[in-house]
Write a protein that binds this ligand. Structure first.
Ligand SMILES: Nc1ncnc2c1ncn2[C@@H]1O[C@H](COP(=O)(O)OP(=O)(O)O)[C@@H](O)[C@H]1O
Ligand SMILES: [Mg+2]
Length: 322
């Protein structure tokens, strides 16, 4: 578990490009050791926030602090301890994997005596050891992305900003990268700030998630907390007796979320979607009172996806989104 040591803190952080408000009064803290998901649609302001936090852009208003330091005034200090994997990492395709890392080692002042050993270890960690001396131009997208991650780790940063790292990868390549990302924070020393629009990815990887829409923070919490707070709609499947499909349908078939009564090997399963937690006992009771034998009730917890869409709907109805 992350300890309460904010390595990133923003207060009222805003960034305007002319009339466009890319980041709108963002206030949040990220703690050492956590994988922090920064979730939002295209154009939500994720990349702009990463640039603000790394001193590449100056805020229009508000403050950002990394390790308590100002990323603009103390930029070089901050950037020694952070690393950014941009949306399209620029690797030199003419060079081999090993050469790409060496070039970066020099740029980032990695002690010359350590570059080779770190390079070997990182290439092995990223499952690229056997391709180390091949030109990067021939690599798959997944291999390039793992090499970019190795390059990012070369100067051993404490905070890693990963900007949509799997956006252009197929599921197999994404999965390989996921396990690497999860390992990054195992010792609790490193922190990952992961921008993504992929809800499944956020749910899988992140300790806490901030949901951003049109530059504004809509919600922040663990995926489970957000589920309870914002997505109180469970899909419930109920196992009942064989031959009771008709009786169940007559009893609860009129409910809004009623989907189906399906016979299977051992009995019948009915499914009702978007049931509020408080309504689950009533649902079970009405079935029992009608003479339906209820053997098992399985509510599926609201997923981050449910929360995300609920929040986006709210933001739209409040006029924050087009
Ligand atoms: N350099 C820039 N100049 C003008 N507008 C920009 C610039 N960078 C980003 N924007 C705008 O700011 C908003 C947020 O963009 P961005 O941070 O790239 O979103 P995301 O990374 O979440 O997709 C968008 O409306 C985008 O068009
Ligand atoms: Mg972006």
């Amino acid at each position: 578990m992350p300890i309460a040591d904010p390595v990133i803190a923003t207060h009222g952080l805003s960034c305007h490009f002319g009339d466009t408000v890319a980041v709108d009064k963002l206030t949040l803290e990220v703690h050492r050791g956590e994988v922090f998901g920064f979730l939002g649609h295209n154009g939500a302001g994720k990349t702009t926030t990463v640039r603000l936090l790394n001193g590449i852009l100056a805020p229009s208003e508000g403050v950002a602090r990394i390790f308590g330091r100002d990323p603009i005034r103390e930029g070089s200090e901050v950037r020694k301890r952070t690393g950014v994997l941009p949306e399209t990492p620029a690797l030199d395709e003419r060079l081999t994997a090993r050469e790409n890392l060496r070039v970066f080692g020099a740029i980032y002042d990695v002690p010359p005596g350590e570059v080779d050993s770190r390079t070997d270890r990182l290439l092995a960690d990223m499952e690229l050891a056997d391709r180390a001396d091949e030109r990067v131009g021939g690599f798959s997208k997944g291999m390039k992305q793992r090499l970019a991650l190795a390059r990012l780790l070369l100067h051993d940063p404490e905070i890693l900003f990963l900007d949509e790292p799997t956006a252009s990868l197929d599921p197999v390549a994404s999965r390989l990268l996921y396990s690497r990302i999860r390992e990054l924070t195992h010792d609790g020393r490193r922190t990952v700030f992961l921008c993504t629009h992929n809800l499944a990815e956020a749910e899988l990887l992140c300790d806490r998630v901030a949901v951003l829409a049109h530059g504004r923070l809509l919600a922040l919490g663990t995926p489970v907390e957000l589920g309870h707070r914002f997505g109180d709609a469970h899909d419930v499947s109920i196992d009942i007796g064989a031959g009771q499909a008709g009786l169940a349908t007559r009893t609860v078939g009129g409910l809004n979320g009623f989907e189906a009564a399906v016979a299977n090997d051992v009995g019948t399963t009915i499914t009702v979607s978007r049931v509020k937690r408080d309504s689950i006992p009533n649902l079970v009771q009405s079935l029992a009172m009608a003479g339906v034998s209820v053997y098992r009730v399985t509510p599926r917890e609201p997923s981050l996806e449910d929360v995300y869409f609920a929040l986006q709907d709210d933001a739209r109805s409040q006029g924050a989104a087009p």
